[in-house]
Design a binder for this molecule. Sequence first.
Ligand SMILES: Cc1cc2nc3c(=O)[nH]c(=O)nc-3n(C[C@H](O)[C@H](O)[C@H](O)COP(=O)(O)O)c2cc1C
Length: 400
Amino acid sequence: MYCIKKIKEDLFWVGGSDRRLALFENAYPIPKGIAYNSYVLLDEKTALFDTVDRAITGQFIENVEAVLGGRNLDYIFVNHMEPDHCATLGEMVRRYPDVKVVCNAKTVPIINQFYEFGVDDRAVIVKEGETVSTGRHNFTFYMAPMVHWPEVMVTYDTTDKILFSADAFGTFGAMNGNLFADELNFEREWLDDSRRYYSNIVGKYGINTQALLKKVSDLDIQLLCPLHGPVWRSNICWYMDKYSTWSSYKPEEQAVMIAYGSIYGNTENAVNILACRLAERGIRNIVMYDVSVTHPSYIISEAFRCSHLVFASATYNAGIFSNMEHLLMDMKAHNVQNRTVALIENGSWGVMAGKKMTEIISEMKNMTILDQTITVKSSLKEDQLSEIEALANTIADSMS
Ligand SMILES: Cc1cc2nc3c(=O)[nH]c(=O)nc-3n(C[C@H](O)[C@H](O)[C@H](O)COP(=O)(O)O)c2cc1C
């Protein structure tokens, strides 16, 4: 049976959710599932805004058919050609053989790479600022390269002030009946997953995201329709501000995140003591992660949130404990920058972790590494507690 939501008189959500998928992009855990949004407009011409992932094909086809109610599909607007949004494009073309595909020039070769149907004859190729009309509605296009593939564009409905924003403003999380963000406690229940989605999926492309935000900043947006997660009809500026902070790599909060890699527990013991000393200096809401337990996507997301990062690692085969090394390389790849960093290293015969961590972090932009790296030799001793106190003082001072 179809499962659709009416958004406006003539606009319907025809997407669906997957709560079985363990890893989004076969990389990122999604314990709360993922939604694939797609929208049908019933104007003088009918239009479909993007399609969905293969996993929900059956539901999607029923939804589109139900909304169209026997009408033909005239247009498919392709804002993004990643398979989680285009896997059912071929099937739509097969079912609606006269459909025109509205896309930009960069999209055409990608469609032809993924599909055999040959889009050239049916493509309506649009450029920045051009307009396509479906009757009452007029649509203008803004290119958003690398947010988060090169062909991405966003589509603005100048009639009803709706922005179809592709992957921008998306989030992990299945839709559980409430389609609109104002029906959810977004800040409490969704913001962390939204940040984790942005930082891991698009985070590398902050400059591109900033460019898109600039382009859409003058638009009157009454409705924000991303391809994942809830639809926004209020508080849109608040959410865009979050995107602005994340994409400019500014810390969202003055806060401390501690990540440690420990085999036998002595490095962990050192950061536990440091966290207690930080708390005594009035630092609240300290977060701490064991890099062997917590998936890096969560820690990267926290690095986008927090102003101060502490990395503590045992030495491992003359290098960094492997999970910590992986995390730091991942952070570098995601362009984490503008943070204050403190380091703790540990080893039993040739301590190398601090030097190696410094090398990786130094290659990241504008990272201030405090010159108070603490070296633990196997286990922390009484006479090193003053070093921990001193590091806690430095971190606390740099936060005020
Ligand atoms: C596989 C392996 C490789 C190690 N390689 C080194 C090394 O190259 N240099 C060193 O000083 N310690 C090395 N260690 C020892 C640990 O770094 C050291 O015991 C440290 O104190 C462990 O801290 P933890 O209690 O937080 O796990 C290695 C340990 C393991 C298990």
